[in-house]
Design a protein around this ligand. Structure first.
Ligand SMILES: [Zn+2]
Length: 303
């Protein structure tokens, strides 16, 4: 009996340790792994001449659901909805799209959509059709999918601005891909650290969640600044509490550089503390996005 008790105890301890490592463990942050030179970003944002954008719109035509425990290390198992946002940066003479969400069929790859709005998806397709440029926070299919599923996907490629790193690891795209040969003559963006994309828009290297992850900085003509961080964190709590996704999700499912995403949320936390006027826009956070819409930082419909 004593032996059995010891075995049961050992199983419980090992099981508990496994659970702790998989879902609860946070290591110390190594801040040397990532930094953003905000002065340099601001300087670059005015390096391309032209009027600055006047407003930024967002919609999430589709959403998925994960247990909270998968979203942020230490969260409860309660179901947590992740809307898939895309963004439209509007200029007087056109617009730039940041991310393209995904179609209903593509949502099925990851277990199906928690919600899908046909009208919103139609507005997304039309905003992609008329975009001057389409850029992506990273190469996961819930961000590039809408561009690939677009009825004129191949014609759109002359305005799609994928980076070399976003194309370098096709496995990161999941099961969503352009048709064979479609990218044969495609010239991806290639930059070291950061690059200006358009008046008021700067791309900032942020490899970690994926090799091709980047943060998109936007400055509006009234001075409002934005950091579109994509999936550096799925929820703002990741930045606020300087926490990443749990080991199980980060290493087990996503193959992330978790130490670097940890350094990124720490850097964003510091950057926001020093510059509270900058709007940090998180890829899948419904309450935060709703409050940013209510505050007039974001418009709630593509035009
Ligand atoms: Zn995502």
């Amino acid at each position: 009996m004593k032996k059995l008790g010891a075995v049961v105890l050992a199983i419980l301890v090992l099981g508990g340790l496994g659970y702790y490592i998989a879902l609860l463990q946070m290591s110390d942050v190594d801040e040397s792994l990532y930094s953003i030179d905000l002065d340099k970003v601001r300087t670059l944002s005015s390096s391309i001449e032209g009027p600055l954008p006047t407003r930024v719109n967002t919609e999430a035509p589709v959403g998925i659901e994960f247990p909270g425990a998968a979203v942020i290390t230490g969260w409860s198992w309660a179901p947590h909805q992740l809307p898939i946002y895309a963004y439209q940066v509007v200029y007087a003479d056109g617009h730039v799209m940041i991310d393209a969400a995904m179609s209903k069929d593509q949502a099925a790859i990851g277990g199906g959509a928690a919600f899908f709005d046909d009208d919103s998806y139609a507005r997304l397709m039309s905003a992609l059709s008329s975009a001057n440029q389409i850029v992506f926070t990273h190469e996961h299919y819930d961000h590039v999918g809408g561009a690939v599923a677009h009825p004129d996907a191949i014609a759109l490629l002359d305005r799609v601005r994928l980076t070399d790193l976003q194309l370098a690891y096709p496995e990161k795209w999941g099961d969503v891909h352009y048709p064979d040969g479609a990218l044969e003559d495609y010239e991806p963006l290639s930059y070291d650290g950061m690059m200006a994309l358009a008046p008021g828009i700067v791309l900032i290297e942020a490899a970690g969640h994926t090799p091709g992850s980047q943060i998109v900085y936007v400055r509006r003509n009234d001075g409002q600044e934005y950091f579109f961080i994509g999936d550096v964190a799925w929820n703002y709590a990741g930045i606020d509490q300087v926490r990443t996704r749990p080991n199980l999700v980060s290493y087990g499912f996503l193959g992330e550089d978790r130490a670097r995403t940890h350094a990124q949320v720490a850097e964003l936390k510091q950057l926001e503390a020093a510059n509270p006027e900058i709007a940090i826009i998180v890829g899948h956070d419904a309450p935060r996005t709703a409050s940013q819409i209510a505050a007039g930082v974001l418009g709630d419909q593509f035009e």
